[in-house]
Design a binder for this molecule. Structure first.
Ligand code: FES
Length: 103
């Protein structure tokens, strides 16, 4: 894995970091690694799982598992329907994606 995901809480404190998986939503990956990103609808509609992408936005496929229906800023993502692009994770170059929880 070449993408490291860092999850921050709403106040900007680091909660966890882990190597990204290619086939799992960002919220599921975070929750498997102690990130505590709450989910509700898991369809991109409610924004409970919303995160600001502090850096590494180019590595995030925001609509892998559905369409974002919630109103978001350009650098925000519903983490329940997003994951890391395969191309980013398969590269030999080390990359980092930083997510900050909205709620
Ligand atoms: S859990 Fe509702 S948008 Fe992700």
């Amino acid at each position: 894995m070449t993408v490291t995901i860092i999850v921050k809480d709403k106040q900007g404190q680091d909660v966890t970091s882990f190597a990204a998986q290619s086939d799992v939503s960002l919220s599921s990956q975070a929750n498997m690694n102690g990130g505590d990103i709450f989910v509700a609808c898991c369809t991109g509609a409610c924004l409970v799982c919303g995160c600001t992408i502090v850096s590494g936005e180019e590595h995030v496929d925001k609509e892998k598992f559905g369409s974002q229906l919630a109103m978001l800023e350009a650098n925000q993502v519903c983490s329940c329907i997003a994951w890391i692009y395969d191309e980013s994770n398969e590269s030999t170059e080390e990359k980092t994606v930083i997510l900050q929880k909205i709620m």
